[in-house]
Design a protein. Structure first.
Length: 341
């Protein structure tokens, strides 16, 4: 099977020669160690060496103060924020209660900061792997930033109209931005990764009912838009999110990412039993403990276990998209060696 064939068969839960794989997104400070270990000097050669199935593309953009779409909306009050996006600092809308004032914020116009030619160039640099666009479109996380997380969660209960106004406006921003990317790269992308973190290690951060009311409507809009361009949907949320998976399935997600191996209720066997005929998964190899402190034979054993539970329907990957420098490159090799056995 080709990389693309294997990717699509895996997420469509069809027979495969071996599971699809994804390295994830190594951080800048993790790359030198990986390059040295595998004897390469760039990420594409690393993918070739480990025989990965996915080529990731992050949307090129040049917003003021950020070249990443996930931090394009600078809501944090300047006197309380650092150089990076934060969800917990007081946000622009902290003291707003009137939904008609939602445009008081200086919403950036995506057309001014996203260049279609750059989007196309980024995608055309891909090789024969399945192309996954990392667009995030984290409307819930941005709503947390817009108010400050604690205030945001309180607004849901005390001033739901204000919360709806803000998260709907954020969703509109992402729909505009993503349309530019989709139009520029039409026919050249296989799937898109979007999502929000709403799980902790032990449970959801808010109830399924609140997720259903405030998060899922925008999620459906973002998913429907992508599907209108023929794209598969990988929906990301870290943590213990099993109680939200039925709503994500109903919203149209094709793949749930990640199986965070140590989070409550995210055991691969139970996920397969509960949802395996309705949605596929990505992840499963613990990046909190096993890949950091485990031995190569332990990693191989885990991969073999996952292949038994999911003969198809699982893209085997570290259980967090970011490969950090504390992960031993030898364990990354063991992960891919076991996938390709």
């Amino acid at each position: 099977m080709t990389h693309k064939d294997r990717f699509h068969a895996t997420i469509e839960r069809k027979p495969v020669d071996k599971p699809a794989s994804w390295l994830g997104l190594p951080t800048a400070d993790a790359l030198p160690g990986l390059f040295k270990f595998f004897g390469v000097d760039n990420i594409n050669d690393l993918r070739n060496t480990i025989n990965d199935d996915i080529y990731t593309v992050e949307m090129p953009c040049n917003f003021p103060g950020s070249n990443a779409i996930y931090s394009a909306l600078q809501f944090a009050k300047k006197e309380t924020s650092g150089p990076e996006r934060t969800l917990t600092a007081p946000g622009f809308f902290e003291y707003y209660s009137d939904p008609t004032q939602v445009n008081s914020f200086n919403w950036p116009n995506p057309e001014e900061y996203i260049c279609p030619a750059e989007c196309l160039s980024a995608v055309e640099a891909a090789d024969d792997r399945a192309v996954v666009a990392i667009l995030w479109s984290a409307h819930f996380q941005d709503a947390c930033s817009a108010f400050g997380m604690e205030t945001s969660l309180l607004k849901m209960i005390e001033e739901p109209d204000m919360y709806h106004a803000v998260i709907e406006r954020i969703t509109e921003f992402y729909l505009q931005a993503n349309k530019i990317f989709y139009e520029a790269t039409l026919g050249k992308v296989d799937a898109v990764l979007i999502g929000n973190d709403f799980g902790s290690q032990t449970n959801l951060m808010l109830s399924p009912a609140l997720i259903r009311e405030f998060v899922i409507p925008g999620t459906k809009e973002l998913i429907n838009q992508a599907k209108n361009y023929g794209l598969k949907i990988i929906y990301h949320s870290c943590g213990a999110i099993s109680d939200a998976i039925p709503d994500l399935i109903d919203a149209g997600a094709d793949v749930i990412h990640p199986i965070q191996a140590l989070a409550a209720g995210m055991e691969p066997k139970s996920l397969k039993e509960r949802f395996g005929d309705k949605v596929s998964f990505c992840g499963g190899v613990d990046a909190q403990y096993l890949l950091v402190l485990g031995k190569p034979d332990e990693i191989k054993s885990k991969v073999r276990e996952l292949k038994t539970i999911f003969p198809t329907g699982l893209i085997i990957s570290p259980s967090h998209e970011a490969i950090l420098p504390d992960i031993n490159p030898e364990n990354i090799k063991a992960l891919f060696d076991a996938i390709h056995e």
